[in-house]
Design a protein around this ligand. Sequence first.
Ligand code: 13P
Length: 340
Amino acid sequence: MNSQTLRDTAQALFAGNKGLLAMDESNGTCNKRFASLGIPQTIEARRAYRELIVTTMGLGECIGGAILYDETIRQQRSDGTPFVKVLIDAGIIPGIKVDTGAKELAGHPGEKVTEGLDGLRDRLAEYVRMGARFAKWRAVITIGDGIPSWGCIEANAQALARYAALCQEAGLVPVVEPEVLMDGEHTLEQCFEVTEEVLREVFCQLYTQRVMLEGMILKPNMVLPGSTCPKQEAIDEVADETVNCLLRAVPAAVPAIAFLSGGQSAELASARLNAMNVRFKSRLPWALAFSFARAIQQPALELWKGQETNVLAAQQALVHRARYNQAARRGEYSAEMEKR
Ligand code: 13P
């Protein structure tokens, strides 16, 4: 492992107030999103959609890295240029999702553990040969009646740490994603408590597995009330609670925290990230950035609808959302920008 390379990559991903674009939906998730808009769920439709994304003009000015999926990293633009080369030429660093999905955790009804450690060293070596410079692994934690259990938190944290150590050995920056899900009626306070507990255990396991914190990225959820909780806090309160939670649990050596959007609307995700940077940016040890999938892609996907004639409009919507989030990193986003 070359630790300077890992540090340099981690810095480069977020230089210029850029962030990450997660375009690593598994085929199942991508098909589900396509089905809800009447788009055919075929390999060619998925390829065409990813071509739309990677060929968007100006994307490299606001996106520092794009996370691909195993199918996508092997695909090409219609003229035969590999997506990886298209991204690199646009100044976007290619990354890859390497977990194989969250499965039911035995003995823990309603809870999941993410799989994918078997054979991971060999798969990482192949992705490095293809041009990937960073990787992602997502663990999911559900808040509900009597859950999350300690068994679920510990198993997921340990898998994240073992994945992260293997990535660094291979020269890839690990994006460590423990996602406390928004689904449910739980309160913001409950989300705070669970997120803090999960992050503490994740960093404990990362330390145990000798992961170099300067060469990794944390991708957490924001601290939010459950999506069906009757009390929905204001943007500034969400910003304060999220940053306070992270300050308690995330070591200062971590260079950047890049949030997932988790099902928030695109506007709210931008506004909440903006509020965090407005209120705290000058006092934080790490950059606060974004690694959104839905909160960047959704408006574009809804415009595209699988039609060639809609590609340009969809690309414009995509780059607008990426720019708004770049502005949110600077603390310069406003809802007014959406109306221009
Ligand atoms: P969302 O921003 O849509 O939550 O996706 C982020 C992600 O990469 C999930 O793993």
